[in-house]
Design a protein around this ligand. Structure first.
Ligand code: MG
Length: 375
């Protein structure tokens, strides 16, 4: 029996992960963690009967405690680390919506718990530290992000020296063929393909999501930025590609359903039947591909530049974006202001290396900087 901890179990990926694991033979959920959705967390706890659950938001702790029977309840970010320390887990699914829980993730790697990673912010902010630790502890990190899962699968068993490019596909978001003038929030939150949380849906509309994925790919696969390409593919059937030096391209195709990359991250390299709708390629009339428009979507270019600068710069870019998106969702700024704010913040940052605390300080600096620009 493989024992799994899910961080972020009440979000879109987390809910799918619970469903996937309940359908997988020989897998059992031993720990769940969520930010603040105590009602759903209590329901999930009743359903899967984990040993420990953690609610990060301490304010709802008492409400949740009343609803639980025979489950240990922890709270706060420290609760995540304690849960990881206490449970004898084989795998951890990290699907929190931000890099909260990074200390717990580092501890999980030290404890040689295999990491199934959906939270790209963990690698964008702390990629060099996380990958260094994973290499040292010989722990596999298997991506859940659909594009990275695709590339992981295309690279499996291949000689890295034969790779020419890795190519991330992007649906292009709701504004691929629409003007960015007078954009309304409801249009931004209406993604044409994927039903996801608000933050990542805004990131898809600005294409910052793809920018963050380029940085994520850099850390996961270890290829330089110039070998990581982006192509627009609105059908979201081809989840990414690898081009080899002989001209061959390998791709992974399937219906857009996050349950598939979640399951593969858990079972890799084994393949077992899944509950996703299987793709009938004969019914798929067209698959289109096009170059991205960096002028219209400057966030993608900002991400490449942050990756070139390296060190703490991607963490600053990501945090400035998080803060700008939050302000947009709170109706404090307009959609077009998001890239402008990020650009101003990164222009004022001197990137440096350091330990986890240094990187965290850089993120706090970026958060304050956004506030000082906007207010
Ligand atoms: Mg993705």
């Amino acid at each position: 029996m493989k024992k799994v901890i899910i961080l972020g179990s009440t979000g879109s990926i987390g809910r799918n992960a619970v469903q996937v694991i309940r359908n997988l033979p020989r897998y059992k959920i031993v720990g769940l963690a969520a930010y603040r959705n105590h009602r759903l967390l209590a329901q999930q706890a009743a359903l899967v009967k984990p040993q420990i659950i953690t609610l990060i938001n301490k304010g709802q702790h008492r409400n949740l405690k009343r609803k639980l029977h025979r489950v240990k309840l922890l709270s706060g970010e420290d609760g995540i680390a304690e849960m990881i320390e206490t449970l004898d887990a084989d795998k951890i699914i990290c699907a929190l919506a931000s890099s909260t829980g990074i200390r717990g993730i580092m501890r999980a790697i030290e404890r040689r718990i295999e990491l199934c990673l959906a939270t790209k912010e963990i690698l964008v902010n702390y990629g060099s530290l996380v990958m260094k630790k994973a290499r040292k502890c010989r722990v596999r990190i298997i991506p859940i992000d659909s594009e990275h899962s695709a590339i992981y699968q295309c690279l499996e068993g291949r000689d890295r020296d034969g790779v020419m490019n890795i190519i991330l596909t992007a649906s292009g978001g709701p504004f691929l063929r629409k003007s960015l003038r007078n954009v309304r929030k409801k249009d931004v939150l209406n993604h044409p393909v994927w039903k996801m949380g608000k933050k990542i849906t805004v990131d898809s509309a600005t294409m910052m999501n793809k920018g963050l994925e380029v940085i994520e790919a850099y850390h996961l696969f270890g290829f330089p930025a110039h070998m990581i390409k982006v192509v627009i593919h609105p059908e979201a059937i081809c989840h990414s590609l690898v081009q080899f030096k002989d001209g061959t391209m390998l791709a992974q195709l399937s219906t857009p359903d996050m349950r598939l990359p979640i399951q593969y991250a858990l079972t890799a390299p084994d393949r077992i039947p899944s509950t996703t709708t299987y793709l009938d390629i004969s019914q798929q009339k067209t698959l289109t591909f096009a170059a991205p428009n960096l002028k219209k979507f400057p966030c993608l270019d900002l991400a490449y530049r942050a990756l070139d600068a390296g060190k703490t710069m991607p963490a600053v870019l990501n945090t400035a974006n998080e803060e700008a998106v939050r302000l947009f969702l709170d109706d404090k700024i307009k959609f077009q202001h998001i890239p402008k704010i990020i650009e101003k913040v990164v222009a004022q940052h001197q990137p440096h290396e350091g330990n986890l605390d240094h990187y965290m300080q850089a993120t706090m600096w970026a958060r304050e900087k956004v506030k000082s620009i906007v207010c």
